[in-house]
Structures are given as structure tokens and as C-alpha cells.
Design a protein around this ligand. Structure first.
Ligand code: TXA
Ligand code: MG
Length: 336
């Protein structure tokens, strides 16, 4: 299905010794298997997007409700019309500028696309990831690979292969290694299904960059504009340990109160604050670095050794939109 017929250039950059594993992974996908693979954002749990039996296995392994749509990953932007129709010029502009990369486009779906991929909607999500292992796999497979994040439904996305192994065990037929994800939070999702482009999920590609690439003003969906939409937050992206957000100036007092209550407190700090009693992680002070480390730090602190994870709230600035969105959801709306 790869319009060009050959593998993408960057497939050659796949780590040494991985060629055989890529070939095996592609063969597994062709046979209806489920393969976890690295992308630059988070690890995905992939299956042949045109094989309904394989798609059902993704939902079973994740414990995900079947009405949640999946992103279809492609090797080449020329494959877009196989999955979508009435593709606007803005979509080609964004694909040209940001693919391969952490951007997902929502377009009108072709009629043959399985409702298991689209959640029964008339739209489809498409993305070309930039991780060399992902590109090599997609190139070798040739078709579309439907892949949600490779975590159990409602849990924090995995940013290294070990996270996937610990969380999904031998659910997937194969887990491809690709190191730690460089972006660390899920792709920016933009809807291009009529009218102005709208960001449905903020990510590391910011609205300003999308506006520059399309020459159109880009809207933010309710969830992106305000990160306080309780209905969409509950239990999503959540650790087992309660996560609470606090302003920097309230952090010392809150940590002291919680410790005095006998709670074992872990702190994710930005300002240099150090907890006198519990574990403190100094988070990167830039949004990209923070996003890269976020899920790995949450997982590390979520092992049952703490009763609460106290997070110093990052600045409420546009540059921090995606990080604030994920933190708000990890807190289940349990903010200060
Ligand atoms: O970075 C990412 O996007 C990762 C990697 C693996 O590519 N994938 C990912 O997939 O985050 P998932 O399934 O965990 O999240 C996909 C999001 C969901 O919130 C889903 O509702 C939305 O994409 N989505 C998928 N298809 C859609 C559609 N047709 N319309 C609106 N939203 C859609
Ligand atoms: Mg997910």
C-alpha cells in the first residue's frame, strides 16, 4: 500500500541488528498479530488497521471500550487518500511541515474503514511517527497500523519498552525496543473536517506552529482551551497514587500538612523546593524537557511507596498547554 513502493529513507536509521526483528514484526502484523513499537511520543500497541480480528485484540489487551477510536499510522503521506477523502489543502500543508512527527490529523474517513478504527464516527485519525523503528516497521508492513498508546485503558502512556512489558506482560506478540521516547507525551491532534482547524488534544506542536504552517487561525477544543473540564478528566492518564497539583508558593505548607497527617508525600518540584520528609524530583524547567520526563517520573513515584504525589503546578502559559493538560488529567481534577 506504500504508494512509493519502497521503504522510507529513515528506515535505514533503525538501530543495528533490528532489521530481522522489524521483518518479524511486519510478518506478525500481516498475520493479524499485535506488536508494541516505539514512537517519538509514546509506545504504541499496533495491529493491521484493515484486520478487524487484529483490532479486537488491541481493545482486549488494553481493556479499552470499543467505541474509542484509534490512530492509523502510515509510512508515507501519499497513503492518506487510501483512508481519508476530501482532504483539505491545510492537511497537506501540515503533513508536509510536520510529518514524520508528533502530529495526528483528523480527516473524513473512506467508507470502507472499519468502525473499530473510527469508533463508528465518519472521521479518521492519521499520523506518520518519526521514530526510526516505527518508520522501519511501517515501511516494511506497507499498510496502515492502528495503534493506541500501549498502556491499560485509563493509565499513563508508556515511554520505554520496559513500561510496556510491565503493564501488558505477554499481551502483545512482540515488543520492539526503541529506547526512551524523545517527546514523551502523546501527539497533537488537529481536526480538519470542515471549517477552521481545531486542536482536539494539545501536544508538543503548538497552535502557533500549526497556524504558521496552514496560514489559518487554529481553534482549541473545549478540553484544550481550558484544562478544567472535569467530565473528561476522571481516571484518564491517572496513576494509582493520588496526584495533587499545587501552586509553588503553597507547596511547602501543603507538603507539611500532608506529612503531619502521616501521609508519605512525593513531590515533583519546579522551583527548587525540597521536601524535608519525602522524595522530591526536580522536574525540567522547560516544557519539552518536562513533557519528555513526565510519565516516567509519575510511573517511578507510583509504585506504592507514596500516599500522594504532590506536583508543583507549571506556569499557566501556552507553551505549557500540553503538560498542564496531562497533569490536570493525571490529577483526575483533584487540583488545589
Ligand atoms: O502520540 C500518539 O498519538 C500515540 C502514538 C502511539 O501514536 N497514540 C495515542 O493513541 O495517543 P491513543 O489511542 O492513546 O489516543 C488517541 C486519541 C484518543 O483520544 C482518540 O479519542 C483520538 O485520538 N481519536 C482517534 N480517532 C479520532 C477521531 N476520528 N476523531 C477524534 N478523535 C480521535
Ligand atoms: Mg492513550
Amino acid at each position: 500500500m506504500n504508494a512509493g513502493g519502497d521503504q522510507p529513507e529513515s528506515g535505514r536509521d533503525a538501530p543495528a541488528g533490528s532489521r530481522e526483528r522489524i521483518a518479524r514484526a511486519a510478518a506478525l502484523l500481516r498475520a493479524g498479530g499485535v506488536v508494541a513499537f516505539p514512537t517519538e511520543t509514546v509506545y504504541g500497541l499496533g495491529a493491521d488497521a484493515s484486520n478487524e480480528e487484529a483490532l479486537r485484540r488491541i481493545f482486549a489487551i488494553k481493556g479499552r471500550p470499543a467505541d474509542h477510536p484509534l490512530i492509523v499510522h502510515l509510512a508515507d503521506a501519499r497513503q492518506m487518500p487510501e483512508w481519508a477523502h476530501d482532504i483539505p489543502a491545510a492537511a497537506y500543508g501540515l503533513a508536509e511541515r510536520f510529518w514524520p512527527g508528533p502530529l495526528t490529523l483528523i480527516l473524513r474517513r473512506q467508507p470502507w474503514v472499519s468502525p473499530l478504527v473510527t469508533g463508528g464516527q465518519n472521521t479518521i485519525a492519521l499520523r506518520i511517527p518519526s521514530h526510526p523503528v516505527a518508520l522501519a516497521l511501517l515501511g516494511a508492513f506497507g499498510g496502515g497500523v492502528a495503534a493506541p498508546s500501549a498502556n491499560r485503558f485509563g493509565r499513563v502512556s508508556p515511554t520505554c519498552a520496559e513500561h510496556v512489558r510491565r503493564e501488558l506482560g505477554d499481551g502483545p506478540d512482540l515488543i520492539l525496543e526503541g529506547g526512551a521516547c524523545s517527546v514523551g507525551i502523546e501527539s497533537t491532534i488537529v481536526a480538519l473536517t470542515g471549517g477552521a482547524p481545531v486542536v482536539l488534544r494539545p501536544g508538543c506542536i503548538r497552535p502557533e506552529a500549526l497556524e504558521e504552517a496552514t496560514g489559518e487561525s487554529v481553534g482549541l477544543s473545549g478540553r484544550s482551551r481550558t484544562v478544567r473540564v472535569p467530565g473528561m478528566l476522571a481516571s484518564h492518564y491517572a496513576p494509582e497514587t493520588p496526584l495533587r497539583l499545587a501552586q509553588g508558593d503553597q507547596l511547602p505548607a501543603l507538603a507539611a500538612v500532608l506529612s503531619a497527617e502521616g501521609k508519605r508525600v512525593a513531590v515533583m518540584a519546579l522551583s527548587g523546593f525540597r521536601s524535608a520528609t519525602g522524595e522530591t524530583v526536580a522536574m525540567p524547567s522547560d516544557p519539552a524537557g518536562y513533557g519528555r520526563d513526565l510519565y516516567a517520573v509519575i510511573r517511578m513515584l507510583d509504585g506504592g511507596q507514596h500516599d500522594v504525589i504532590l506536583v508543583e503546578r507549571p506556569p499557566r502559559e501556552r507553551a505549557w498547554l500540553a503538560v498542564n493538560d496531562r497533569l490536570q488529567r493525571a490529577s483526575g481534577g483533584n487540583a488545589d
